[in-house]
Design a protein around this ligand. Structure first.
Ligand code: NDP
Length: 315
């Protein structure tokens, strides 16, 4: 088993914008980073089509192509990018301690620093028609995809702050936004609800659930069902935004790293430091508020700088 143990300076877990940016900075600081990509190489951006809001792409770019560019850039400075899944961790709580990480239940990595950028996964309802039309009118990110539905009608599913925020954002772009709320009230904050109520082109339908998304290759409408009366109706829309929450990918860190009540990793002050010395968190895994590729990239940079300074403080 000895050959299956590898000692490195910097391990990066996750391959979204946070992970790749951390890799670029860590590699340039000579930390010789090794990245394990996780199952979805490139992260959430590979599930969107066009990315128009990342600085530096005046004509926009394709999400998958952008992640490929970031990968190449990280590799150019010596990052070793490996496909694999971290299955468990054994972090040292000592300053300067070695963190053990198991890859694919087989290989052991012993790392002086670990940058966690495992991201978050948007929750979907799970309907067959919804899954089939992801990228064809079904989205979980209004800031990413709202622009494509300019002056069109869209539906938002959900009743929390995300749904209220996405609906308000879309109301500035789209012709009409209908929110389907499964209960007879929204759980979004009062302030967000007031904004929704005061926006003329947002309609909220309570006690209403999504029955089916209509369309073969692109969304042409949704069928909604009133869960009290059982009455069904077709709403003609071209876009459907699912806003029922995200799940941070932190299951393997439970009981080891400090997290909030919804599982997002807690970082100290303005830094990316977790409660374990030498372990840092960047991107959506520690941010439920902004969740943008560019903010994730920013915290990825911070995590690499924090890791470099941490190692520097040990000598
Ligand atoms: P939440 O978990 O708060 O809300 C999810 C919503 O989705 C709930 O209203 C829930 O309905 C609804 N939902 C879940 N499953 C289904 C389903 N199968 N069908 C229909 N509806 C469903 O998630 P959010 O992403 O809204 O917020 C997560 C956290 O992030 C919160 O703490 C929020 O305050 C915070 N946040 C803060 C923002 C800010 O401050 N600017 C912006 C966005 C989020 P039900 O109510 O019936 O359970």
């Amino acid at each position: 088993m000895l050959e299956n143990i590898e000692r490195i300076k910097c391990l990066i877990i996750g391959s979204g914008p946070a992970g790749y940016t951390a890799a670029i900075y860590a590699a340039r600081a000579d930390l010789k980073p090794v990245m394990y990509t996780g199952m979805q190489m490139g992260g959430q951006l590979t599930t969107t089509t066009e990315v128009d809001n990342f600085p530096g792409y005046p004509d926009g770019t394709d999400g998958t192509a952008m992640m490929e560019d970031l990968k190449k850039q990280a590799e150019r400075f010596g990052t070793e990018v490996r496909f694999g899944l971290i299955t468990s961790v054994d972090f040292s709580t000592e300053v300067g301690g070695i963190h053990k990480v198991i890859v694919d239940e087989d290989k052991t990595i012993e790392a002086e620093t670990v940058i966690i950028s495992t991201g978050a996964t948007a929750k979907y309802l799970g309907l067959e028609s919804e899954q089939r039309l992801i990228g064809g009118g079904v989205s979980a990110c209004a800031t990413c995809d709202g622009f494509f539905y300019r002056k069109q009608d869209v539906v938002v599913i959900g009743a929390g702050d995300t749904a209220a925020e996405e609906a308000t954002y879309l109301s500035n772009i789209c012709n009409k936004v209908t929110i389907l709320v499964r209960k007879d009230y929204m759980r979004a904050s009062k302030a967000m609800q007031t904004r929704v109520k005061n926006t003329a082109n947002i309609e909220v339908k309570y006690n209403t659930e999504l029955d089916e998304v209509l369309g073969d290759n692109v969304v042409v409408g949704v069928r909604a069902v009133n869960n009290i009366t059982g009455e069904k109706e077709v709403i003609d829309v071209t876009g459907l935004f699912i806003a029922i929450g995200h799940k941070p990918n932190t299951d393997i860190f439970k009981g080891i790293l400090d997290m909030d009540e919804t599982g997002y990793l807690k970082t100290k002050g303005k830094s990316t430091k977790t409660n374990v010395p030498g372990v840092f968190a960047a991107g959506d895994v520690q941010d439920k508020e902004y969740r943008q590729a560019v903010t994730a990239a920013g915290t990825g940079c911070m995590a690499a700088l924090d890791a470099e300074r941490y190692l520097g403080s040990l000598v």
